[in-house]
Design a protein around this ligand. Structure first.
Ligand SMILES: [Zn+2]
Ligand SMILES: [Zn+2]
Length: 248
């Protein structure tokens, strides 16, 4: 039998911690079991090199994202080895083979009509040159006036949307955040609502209860389209006209 086991890819923005060790252990145990049985096993993971956390870390340490990624990859690979995780492949997402595969898939989705363009106003920091995810925004709670991070007030317990937050600033550098148009490609997951419903019905008795509940909740709310590209500096280029400023 051929067995592929994938362990989640840690983000290149710091050091591994005990949680990474704990979450990689079950996959390693299963891989060893199947190898002893004589099955063909690939236990695979790698360093996730692209994303906001990596770019923020680079800004904070005054280094390039590539330098951060290179440092993290060496330390992650060593830690996993020292911990004894028996990877057949521990790779990185800026590997050329991976980049080429992702670009091919992305173009295929685009040509088959599964990606759509959407432009949104998003909070941006002119100083960091970054669109700010909620967790990188600080501001004032409109209900109680406390200083808050993101869209949740710890003082009065209000759950807000980010455009309700007053006096928004960049949490990385403290600069005032301003709205800027951000164009991205979204994967039309909503097209698959019925397929996923059918899949759930046919597998319901085999799935765990929490997986069933979770899927049912999404189906009830309607599966949302998901942003599939990013406006960052370090990532995989999108080989589609009009999206040269975005990455995957
Ligand atoms: Zn509040
Ligand atoms: Zn900033």
């Amino acid at each position: 039998m051929n067995i592929i086991i994938g362990i989640s890819w840690p983000f290149a923005n710091g050091e591994l911690h005990i949680g990474h060790a704990a979450s990689s252990l079950p996959g390693d145990v299963i891989a060893r079991y199947h190898r002893l049985k004589g099955d063909k096993v690939i236990l695979v993971s790698g360093t996730d090199c692209h994303g906001t956390p990596t770019e923020v870390k680079a800004l904070q340490e005054n280094k390039s994202p590539k330098e951060i990624v290179d440092e993290c990859h060496v330390s992650f690979a060593k830690d996993f080895k020292d911990f004894g995780i028996s990877f057949d492949l521990y790779n990185r997402t800026d590997d050329l083979y991976h980049k080429k595969f992702v670009q091919e898939q992305f173009v295929k989705y685009y040509n088959n009509g599964y990606l759509k363009e959407k432009e949104e106003e998003q909070l941006y920091c002119d100083n960091c040159k970054l669109f700010l995810a909620d967790r990188y925004i600080i501001g004032i709670c409109p209900k109680c006036g406390a200083e808050i991070k993101g869209d949740e007030c710890e003082k009065c317990g209000s759950l807000l949307t980010i455009d309700e937050v007053k006096e928004t600033k960049c949490a990385i550098c403290g600069n005032k955040a301003s709205y800027k148009k951000n164009k991205n490609l979204y994967i039309k997951l909503s097209n698959f609502q019925n397929n996923i419903k059918d899949l759930l019905e046919s597998k319901k008795s085999l799935w765990r209860e929490n997986a069933v509940n979770f899927t049912e909740r999404y189906l009830k709310e309607g599966i949302p389209d998901r942003c599939a590209s990013r406006t960052l500096n370090y990532g995989i280029d999108i080989p589609i006209d009009g999206f040269k400023e975005n990455i995957i």
